[in-house]
Design a binder for this molecule. Structure first.
Ligand code: NAP
Length: 314
């Protein structure tokens, strides 16, 4: 798979990484977004991804309170090649010093000595952004993490983090935000423009809008009824939104027929090509079939006019 430089770092990453919130095994309220996956299923998802050239995985302390990290640690101890790992510290109701206090647990669960990218999961904590960045710098000095990223940060919050890190001799490498054909907020709220200006990578989470862009709910709206209420609420997984997005999904199907690809593959291809090399997407998967589809979203190229026609659905 063609690799691209990750922000201003020396790392060369695949434009798709593997999202692993799905590896939470029913632990905690967030895990209710997903069905429980067996260890064997998670392992085959990871194995297939690595075999096809995906060279990084994204996880977080918050995914099943360490369960996703633990599953990844065990799976990777049994597999080659070893990918880069991106992790996230959970800030809510905590102060910055817990970044340093919790890092050893992260490393132990992941069974590694250094996390390639450690991110602040979202901007709400008891401590300032500067204090959080200071803790991150200390972890770089101790070789426990290689690079620092943030997630769900606004342009102003990115500026604060970037300034602190630059003055400390480090750099802000990425901002992980929701970005896909349905949620285009970063194009207008300054985040994407600032990321490009600062050479900060955007990691696009929920690149398939949690399944909406695959067309599966449009094909069978009855499936919406089985979803966890918070997921329906946060992602607008409603019949009303199916109607609103029908023309977009019809266009994904049409382009898919032309390229012999699925709507999910067209949506992912748009995402990793629409903004030059700034965007890295991390689709999650709950089956081998899904990950097979998603990985194959990288082996073709939409034309510029096809990309523009999809961008027109704003
Ligand atoms: N930083 C943050 O605040 C934040 C927030 C959200 C997510 N994330 C990260 O981003 C990753 C991806 O985001 P996400 O999981 O929210 O959303 P997503 O990648 O848009 O959606 C993943 C889900 O879509 C369905 N799916 C995936 N591929 C499919 C295919 N080819 N055909 C049909 N259905 C398919 C599956 O749903 P079913 O399981 O229902 O089949 C899968 O679990 C997460 O795993 C996590 O690592 C970060």
């Amino acid at each position: 798979m063609e690799l691209r430089r990750f922000g201003g770092t020396e790392l060369k990453l695949s434009p798709l990484g593997l999202g692993t919130w799905q590896f939470s095994n029913n632990v905690g309220i967030g895990a209710r977004f997903w069905k429980d996956l067996s260890y064997e299923k998670m392992k085959e998802i990871v194995q297939f991804s690595l075999d096809q050239g995906i060279n990084w995985l994204d996880t977080a302390e918050a995914y099943g309170n360490g369960t996703s990290e633990k599953n990844i640690g065990k799976i990777l101890s049994e597999l080659e090649p070893k990918p880069y790992l991106a992790d996230k510290w959970w800030p809510f109701m905590r102060s910055a010093k817990s970044i340093g206090q919790t890092i050893d647990q992260r490393l132990e669960l992941l069974q590694i000595n250094q996390i390639s990218l450690h991110q602040i999961h979202h901007p709400t904590s008891f401590s300032s952004i500067e204090k959080q960045m200071d803790q991150m710098c200390q972890l770089i000095q101790k070789n426990k993490i290689q690079y620092v990223g943030v997630s769900n940060f606004s342009a102003n919050q990115m500026k604060k983090a970037e300034k602190y890190l630059r003055n400390a001799g480090a750099q802000l490498v990425s901002n992980q935000v929701r970005y896909n054909l349905i949620d285009r907020r970063i194009e207008d709220n300054g985040v994407l423009a600032l990321a490009k200006e600062l050479n900060v990578a955007i990691i696009a989470y929920s690149p398939l809008h949690q399944g909406l862009l695959t067309g599966k709910y449009h094909d069978n709206p009855q499936q919406l009824k089985q979803l966890f209420w918070l997921k329906k609420f946060q992602y607008g997984l409603t019949e009303k939104n199916l109607k609103k997005t029908q023309l977009l999904v019809d266009h994904l199907v049409e382009l898919g027929q032309k390229h012999q690809k699925t709507p999910a593959q067209i949506a992912l291809n748009w995402l990793i090509n629409v903004q030059g090399e700034t965007i890295f997407a991390i689709p999650g998967a709950s089956s081998l079939g899904q990950v097979k589809q998603n990985v194959a979203a990288t082996n073709f190229r939409l034309s510029q006019s096809e990309i523009s026609s999809l961008s027109g659905f704003k």
